[in-house]
Design a protein around this ligand. Structure first.
Ligand code: F0G
Length: 354
């Protein structure tokens, strides 16, 4: 039976005319993108605005990285590469491993030892990547990856690969199309700063294409212990509970500053305890995200407290990754399952129904 793949999902086919692809590009896709923009009644009431959550955890490997990876892997294949490499705090490696497997490429990943959530590690391993833990942090892993890609025949698929940013900009297209307008404020976490660079490009292109008549004010939030852009200096030993954004020397530093400056926004930081509060409040609203994603919510609250959220403003917060990647953080030192005898009376007593 012939399979018709025209009109299928995936960001390359949906935004073909807005991406650096041609009919000669082999499309390696897992139907990424088209993620929901979920209205948050509770956050809207809390900050007296209209708050929408772009739930990127619903991409095929559970993070926004898939938007960039479908393009980076497709282009690597088009250019005749047979191996890809990345440094990662976890999500990039999970996505690279999955898309490399899909495209039949070999994949190597360098991760900082002991600071990658177990689910992300499991993803890279199960998709067949060669996973190398280094004695060093993400910034060191990225330096080594760049050096290897310069000297050996392997394609780097970190966001310093321009196709990654191109693919990731499609999230801004989707927001523009879903709302039928630009948000007033756009709030997101910042680590290596590729994603904020991508969103700003996406909104800017959407305005040029007349899909929207404005662009949002962009706010990026680093974790306080890993906030080089806010401090204006490289952080040699970045530290935060949100391991995904534990980065001291972001590759797209300039792109983040440009987004903030051109949109009249800012790059700011939030402390770990506020990230955890954001994480818990999203969970109690039914949204399971990873800690780094909750920097958006901590950031929104900080903006509200500083008077930067006008009453009734349309706000988009990006939730970058799925909470299932990191069950250890979810369970933490919170409540555990209770053991109960296998009979109705005992269960009723525990449930306080009787
Ligand atoms: N949120 C999550 C869940 C991430 O995994 C990352 C980055 C970010 C936010 C920040 O995005 O780097 O574009 O500013 N994770 C990378 C990785 C570094 O290796 O998975 P950014």
């Amino acid at each position: 039976m012939a399979v018709d793949i025209a009109g299928r999902r995936g960001i390359i086919r949906r935004y073909f005319d807005h991406l650096p692809v041609s009919d000669a590009t082999p499309v390696v896709t897992l139907d990424e993108g088209d993620t929901p923009l979920i209205f948050s009644e509770r956050l809207s009431n809390e900050v007296d605005a209209e708050v929408w959550l772009k739930y990127e955890g619903l991409n095929p490997t559970g993070s926004f990285k898939d938007r960039g990876m479908t393009l980076a892997i497709s282009k690597a294949l088009e250019e005749g590469s047979d191996a890809v490499l990345c440094a990662s705090t976890g999500n990039t490696s999970a996505s690279a491993a999955a898309y490399a497997a899909r495209g039949g490429l070999t994949c190597g990943v360098l991760i900082p030892r002991g600071n990658v959530a177990l689910g992300k590690l499991a993803q890279a391993l199960v998709h067949g990547a060669t996973v190398l833990e280094i004695e060093g942090n993400f910034d060191r892993a990225l330096e080594l990856s760049r050096e290897l890609a310069d000297r050996y025949p392997v394609t780097l698929v970190n966001s310093v690969n321009p196709f990654r940013i191109e693919g990731q900009k499609t999230a801004a297209f989707e927001i523009a199309q879903a709302l039928g307008r630009a948000p007033d404020l756009h709030v997101m976490p910042v680590g290596n700063a590729g994603n904020i660079t991508a969103y700003w490009r996406g909104y800017s292109e959407a305005r040029r294409a007349n899909w929207i008549s404005d662009t949002p004010i962009m706010y990026g939030f680093q974790a306080e212990g890993a906030s080089p852009i806010v401090r204006g200096a490289v952080v040699d030993e970045p530290d935060t509970i949100a391991t995904a954004i534990r980065i001291g020397n972001p590759a797209s530093w300039k792109g983040a500053l440009q987004a903030a400056e051109e949109s009249e926004g800012a790059i700011r930081s939030v402390p770990d305890d506020e990230i955890v509060l954001g994480y818990r409040s999203l969970a109690r609203e039914g949204l399971f995200v990873e800690l780094a994603s909750a920097a958006s919510i901590a950031g929104l609250r900080q903006l509200k407290a500083s008077g930067a959220v006008p009453s009734g403003a349309v706000v988009v917060c990006v939730l970058t990754g799925h909470g299932l990647k990191d069950p250890d953080s979810a369970i933490g030192d919170g409540p555990r399952p209770q053991i109960v005898e296998a009979n109705v009376e005992a269960i009723l007593a525990k449930l306080e129904l009787a």
